[in-house]
Design a protein around this ligand. Structure first.
Ligand code: MRU
Length: 352
């Protein structure tokens, strides 16, 4: 399996996604600041992966702490959490992971310092294993929604590279293929960072799953030609009403899907659902460096001085979402009710 990120004795090791698809290289972060930079600079990316990276960054920072008592250690933990919190604002998994590590600290704070440090390392490792298990469960639920044969479109990379392994949207596709479904993936290239062409195509090729890369502006034509039977994407944050923040361009795909009466599915672990955010208008959207738009492979593509925007995500209103696939089961509209029911049913795996 692709090792997107892992805890090692010498630090947190990441497959450097900025170098793919041409170079498969790994970087080992030895400090929490290096982990924060890896998240900010997209060495590691994808909501579930950055959540676990954040947890491992906290474990690493606490491990390196020189604190001599628990209150000093807690101060260090808060400072580490704050630095990691500043990296990327949209994916809720990052904040979920920081909260979970802080809660773990609070539960073990009565123990000797070496044991507290060990407990946090173990918590981060659990989160890694849980993420893969959640993806497998999502795959199991979601595969039933995939067509027996034909094209399935995905946007960005919601695969092994965006998680600790197997993937969310690509996990659903992998599970369907494992069940014998004859799926051909259409991967939007996903301008400007090219997660579709660089990452989705790379990992699906490794698995031998037939894949065609299209530029983002070809998606509508492919749908009109009848090449797409279903769409499945990941999510960075799902509001309580079912609105979905995901990679910029997802909204366009969802609107096109509705026009062509193609089901549009979102696959995400329940840690991506943010019941404290009532709807998509309240989801903070990360604005990234405009150089990602103006330059391709180091070459300038836009005249100097022209105004450029680079929002990393958009919000797809719930009305365009046919179903939300989670490890706890499948939610359908009305989402306020179905998501709230899933929230009550940890591990239930029910179809709501
Ligand atoms: O900017 P990125 O590459 O981190 O954005 C990733 C996405 O938008 C994914 O679709 C989302 O995080 C889900 S990954 C399982």
């Amino acid at each position: 399996m692709i090792q997107t990120l892992e805890w090692t004795d010498s630090g947190v090791r990441f497959l450097d996604q900025t170098k793919l698809p041409t170079e498969e290289t790994y970087v080992t972060c030895k400090t929490y600041q290096q982990v924060a930079d890896a998240i900010r600079n997209m060495v590691v990316r994808g909501a579930p992966a950055i959540g676990v990276a954040a947890a491992m960054g906290i474990a690493l920072g606490v491990q390196n702490s020189k604190a001599e008592n628990v209150s000093e250690l807690k101060k260090d933990l808060d400072q580490i959490g704050e630095a990691i919190r500043q990296t990327r604002p949209t994916a809720i998994n990052l904040f979920w992971a920081i909260r979970r590590m802080t809660e773990k600290f609070d539960r073990v704070r009565v123990r000797p310092i070496p044991q507290i440090k060990q407990a946090l390392i173990e918590e981060a490792q659990h989160m890694h294993a849980e993420d893969i298990a959640a993806n497998k469960a999502m795959g199991h639920h979601g595969a039933t929604l995939m067509p027996a044969a034909g094209g399935v479109l995905t946007h960005c990379n919601a695969g092994a590279l965006a998680t600790c392994g197997y993937g969310t949207a690509l996990g659903v596709i992998r599970a369907a293929v494992e069940q014998g479904k004859k799926i051909h993936v259409y991967a939007d290239e996903t301008r400007p960072f090219l997660q579709g062409s660089r990452l989705t195509a790379w990992e699906l090729m490794k698995d031998g799953i037939p894949t065609t890369v299209i530029s983002d502006n070809m998606a509508g034509a492919m749908m009109k030609q009848g090449k797409i039977g279903a769409i499945v994407v990941g999510a960075d944050r799902i509001a309580a009403n079912g609105d979905v923040a995901n990679k910029i361009g997802t909204y366009t795909v969802a609107v096109l899907a509705k026009e062509h009466q193609i089901p549009f599915y979102v696959a995400a672990p329940f840690s991506t659902v943010d019941l404290d955010t009532p709807d998509g208008t309240k989801i903070p959207i990360e604005q990234r460096n405009t150089r990602e738009v103006t330059h391709i492979g180091g070459r300038q593509m836009v005249p100097e001085g022209v105004s450029v925007e680079n929002p990393a995500f958009d919000v797809t209103p719930a009305q365009y979402v046919s179903a939300i696939i989670t490890e706890r089961g499948i939610a359908r509209a009305p989402y306020p009710e179905s998501l709230a029911r899933l929230a009550q049913s940890a591990g239930a795996g029910s179809r709501l």
